[in-house]
Design a protein around this ligand. Structure first.
Ligand code: ADP
Ligand code: ZN
Ligand code: MG
Length: 479
């Protein structure tokens, strides 16, 4: 590579408050258009905003979790622009004195840990949403103000990322941190987590940054990565042919998979920021901040490393378990009940997560509670049920919510550990498969696996595999 890639991200995340930032309208997603509005969030003349304390609390929690210094005195500013989805014709945001400054996020990069610096974290209000009719020839658009005034946190990084891998790590790590702190539901499909990316290239070794292109309309993490990849190629082409990259804003076209110019630097808006006269400055008490700091949860990366050390899990498994705080909590609850981290981890990362995905459920709503999963795992350990049976029982538990012992009893699924019964099954399989038997006796040891499989099938998965092995070997000797 001749060029070094330089990337910075601006992240918007809707805070998970029950009501909006300046009024008491609800923030429920997907409500019928314009049913969650009032004069305040509709920007009527003469109304006054009143700060939602919960939104400030969530903003502070996020800022602390992102290792920011908190400005104990901060202010709101007006950002002026005229869009149909912004009823006041200005957005209340922060510009001069942001809530959080100078933080960082630790990501995994090249087998080590890298700090991505956070320039600032600030609180602002969401705009409404334009709804364009499906009929492209329609000469109107509709506007839904339900989203107007929902609290929005903006997190701005320094241009510290150097590859797509780092960008992906950053987005995922940041999302996890926000989820761990329960400040946002981070549902990208509902717009509660959105990224804008800035990217420039510079010749390797050059200090000065190249001119940046900012990209908008990135609706998923995949879109961010695809758009960045497209831009790397485009800018490389421009530089290679002796041209210079224009500083501009580009839009990602999801269908055609390319970026297109939206506006150049010259056309950039002048937002005419000025201090918001309708709101007093925020003065944050040290005591409150201390309380919030003491409530911060262990962060995902720290927890992942602890899982590797304390439970001897692979780094990969620990990563899967800690990706979602609720899943990590579920795992630790299971281990607390029964100290078998490795097998519990296997059950959770394979079976539980698969069921959740198929059922589109969060683990908190999953019918198999930690106590029940542990019950099943113990039955496998004791040899009460075989592993294939346990899988079947688990599927039943996931849909019916009843416990393992009850299902096993009702369906007669107890593992066959009765030697006589197994011997009978084994002899029948040996009888039915003379060629496998002679293969085995000629030294082809793989034939044993086949015979074990046959016995398991005959028993409909209920035979104790360890015993089947023993009995088979013994019978093959004497056969
Ligand atoms: P502005 O003040 O014009 O909005 P900022 O300094 O706030 O610009 O930067 C916006 C975003 O662009 C940040 O995420 C920052 O990391 C990123 N950025 C700034 N300069 C560059 C650059 N030369 N190359 C890539 N990203 C950049
Ligand atoms: Zn309102
Ligand atoms: Mg900016």
């Amino acid at each position: 590579m001749k060029y070094e890639v330089v990337i910075g991200l601006e992240t918007h995340t809707e805070l998970a408050t029950a009501s909006k930032l300046w009024c008491s309208c609800p923030t429920v997603f997907g409500a019928p258009p314009n049913t969650q509005v009032c004069p305040v969030c509709l920007g009527m003349p003469g109304v006054l905003p009143v700060l939602n304390k919960k939104a400030l609390e969530y903003s502070l929690k996020a800022s602390l979790a992102l290792n920011c210094r908190i400005n104990l005195f901060s202010t709101f500013d007006r950002k002026n622009y005229y869009y149909p989805d912004l009823p006041k014709n200005y957005q209340i945001s922060q510009n001069h004195l942001n809530l959080g400054v100078g933080g960082y996020v630790e990501i995994r990069s090249n087998g080590g840990v890298k700090k991505i610096n956070i320039n600032n974290v600030h609180l602002e209000e969401e705009a409404g949403k334009l709804v364009h009719p499906e009929d492209a020839s329609a000469d109107y658009s509709l506007v839904d103000f339900n989203r107007a005034g929902v609290p929005l946190l903006e997190i701005v990084t320094e241009p510290d990322m150097r590859s797509l891998e780092e960008v992906e790590q950053f987005m995922q790590t940041l999302r996890n941190i926000l989820l761990y702190n329960e400040v946002s539901d981070c549902k990208m499909q509902e717009g509660s987590l959105r990224f804008e990316a800035s990217i420039s290239l510079r010749p390797v070794g050059q200090k000065k940054l190249g001119s940046r292109v900012e990209m908008k309309n990135l609706n998923s993490m995949k879109a961010v990565l695809k758009a960045l990849e497209y831009e790397i190629n485009r800018q490389t082409g421009v530089l290679d042919s002796g041209g210079k990259v224009d500083m501009e804003t580009r839009l990602w076209d999801e269908v055609r998979e390319r970026t297109e110019r939206m506006r150049t630097k010259e056309e950039a808006h002048d937002y005419r920021y000025f201090p918001e006269p309708d709101l007093v400055p925020m003065v944050i008490e040290e005591r409150w901040l201390g309380e919030l700091r003491s409530m911060l949860p262990e962060l995902p990366l720290t927890r992942r490393n602890r899982f590797v050390e304390v439970y001897s899990l692979s780094d990969y498994d620990a990563g899967v378990l800690t990706e979602d705080k609720a899943v990590a909590d579920y795992f630790e609850r299971c281990v607390e009940l029964h100290a078998a981290p490795k097998s519990l981890c296997n059950w959770i990362t394979n079976d539980v997560l698969r069921e959740l995905k198929e059922r589109r459920l969060g683990i908190r709503d999953f019918k198999v509670r930690p106590e029940a999963l542990v019950g099943l795992v113990v039955m496998v350990e004791k040899g009460t049920v075989s592993m294939p049976t346990a899988r079947e029982v688990f599927a039943d538990m996931a849909s019916s919510g009843s416990d393992a012992a009850k299902i096993v009893e009702e369906k007669g699924l107890l593992q066959i550990s009765d030697r006589e019964e197994l011997e009978r099954l084994v002899l029948k399989v040996l009888d039915d498969n003379p060629s496998a038997v002679s293969d085995y006796q000629k030294g082809k040891k793989t034939a044993l696996g086949f015979l074990v499989g046959q016995v398991m099938r005959q028993s409909t998965g209920k035979a104790n595999p360890k015993m089947v092995n023993e009995v088979l070997i013994q019978k093959l000797k004497t056969n």
